[in-house]
Design a binder for this molecule. Structure first.
Ligand SMILES: Cc1cc2nc3c(=O)[nH]c(=O)nc-3n(C[C@H](O)[C@H](O)[C@H](O)COP(=O)(O)OP(=O)(O)OC[C@H]3O[C@@H](n4cnc5c(N)ncnc54)[C@H](O)[C@@H]3O)c2cc1C
Length: 367
């Protein structure tokens, strides 16, 4: 008898980990990805300021993940789902499934896009964004979330001679983190020479938010005079779910995939969803809270007719905000307390042992 086929749609942070767990179960795993390997949405600041250092840990070809050896990887873009027939369509193929895991994530700015890319296109995109910032004497980062805060900090520490400004709408940035996290981040930003502009909400009415790094000036709907900058990095959190390929009746009013607490899609037999695309909880936290393990167990339980476990979200964001610094990597707990991995331990313990071995189950050396 043939084994059940599990199709994982989207191999970003959550889809990849789910596929890695399932590849050890008694199922055939087919992963479909518009990217040629893992191109993580994490650590935008490091990616912009030091793309080579970022790529070492966040851009990894699928063939390097040992646990994916038994999985079939399809480098193609999903364009449709036929629920009745239990099939997904890519630009070039139709693939049937017994279980479908939707993990196509969200689009955000220029750094998270769903479209098909080759290795050369990924490389060109990374280089172009870095060069744009490197060539600018003044950089304005617009936004108050972790991507904006981390980018301002990484740009300022990478290029101390640049004028770097961070503008955000509230009194404090990181509004979805515990207030303590902003206290720490603000001190680190000030020490790095970043000018802070609280209470500045960018005027987006003219459609000025670009999915690319633009030039200034930026106008403020909060009444302040416009701000000039050679480069403007828009990180205003306007995420859009990558769900154009799914029937609209499977989505909530904002276009995210409806799921029940077990991550099952209510109207898709054998369908599950995870990560930023899944409407699990208000902050859609299933990626950072590592629901991939629970999902893999639920897929196996579903195939064996056993009860499924439930995912519980969190009401605060947590994790790395500033990215790697000279004295190490600070990971903020939900309580806002930072835990600092000392600099020596990031390359010698955190990445090789905790991430590559512990989380991914073994990653071969890159070329
Ligand atoms: C181990 C881990 C650690 C994390 N640490 C932090 C942290 O410290 N701080 C923090 O803020 N967050 C952290 N996060 C969470 C992170 O910020 C995001 O939530 C996470 O990157 C979202 O993953 P995703 O798989 O949902 O989306 P993505 O990683 O964006 O993956 C979606 C993939 O689907 C592809 N895709 C989209 N459409 C299609 C299509 N039509 N056809 C084919 N492919 C398509 C995309 O190109 C992309 O490759 C962490 C997540 C993990 C797993």
């Amino acid at each position: 008898m043939s084994r059940p086929r599990v199709v994982v749609a989207g191999l970003g942070d959550s889809g990849l980990l789910t596929a890695i767990h399932l590849a050890r179960a008694d199922v055939d795993v087919v992963g479909i990805s518009s990217k040629p390997g893992l191109v993580s949405g994490q650590e935008l600041g490091l990616r912009l300021a030091r793309p080579d250092a970022w790529a070492r840990d966040y851009r990894i070809g699928f063939e390097r993940f040992r646990r994916l050896d038994g999985a079939e990887i399809v480098h193609d873009e999903l364009v449709g789902l036929d629920v009745e027939a239990g099939r997904v369509r890519t630009r070039h193929r139709t693939i049937g499934y017994d279980v479908l895991v939707v993990a196509t994530g969200v689009s955000n700015g220029f750094w998270r896009r769903p479209g098909f890319q080759t290795e050369a296109e990924v490389t060109a995109g990374l280089g172009a964004a870095h060069d744009r910032l490197a060539d600018s004497a003044s950089v304005l980062v617009v936004g108050g979330g972790a991507a904006a805060v981390g980018s301002a900090h990484q740009v300022a520490t990478r290029w101390p001679d640049k004028s770097v400004t961070l503008a955000f709408p509230g009194e404090r940035a990181l509004p979805r983190h515990h207030p303590r996290a902003w206290g720490v981040a603000r001190r680190r930003l000030e020490r790095a020479g970043v000018s802070l502009l609280p209470g500045h909400r960018a005027d987006l009415s003219a459609g000025s938010v670009a999915d690319e790094i633009t030039g200034g000036p930026v106008a403020w709907s909060t009444g302040q005079p416009a701000t000039e900058a050679d480069a403007v990095l828009w990180a205003v959190g306007r995420v859009r779910p990558n769900t154009a390929w799914l029937p609209p009746e499977l989505l909530d009013e904002h276009g995210f995939v409806r799921v029940d607490p077990t991550l099952r899609m209510p109207d898709v037999p054998g369908g599950f969803a995870i990560g930023d695309v899944a409407a699990t909880d208000a902050l859609r936290t299933s990626a950072r809270n590592r629901a991939d393990r629970l999902l893999a167990r639920n897929v196996v339980a579903h195939l064996r007719g056993r009860p499924l476990a439930s995912y519980r979200g969190r009401d605060r964001r947590w994790g790395s905000v500033l990215g790697p610094e000279v004295d190490g990597l600070r990971v903020f707990a939900p309580s806002g307390h930072p835990f600092r991995f000392p600099a020596w331990s990031v390359d010698r313990v955190l990445q090789p042992w905790i991430v590559r071995r512990g989380i991914y189950g073994g990653v071969r050396r890159g070329r």
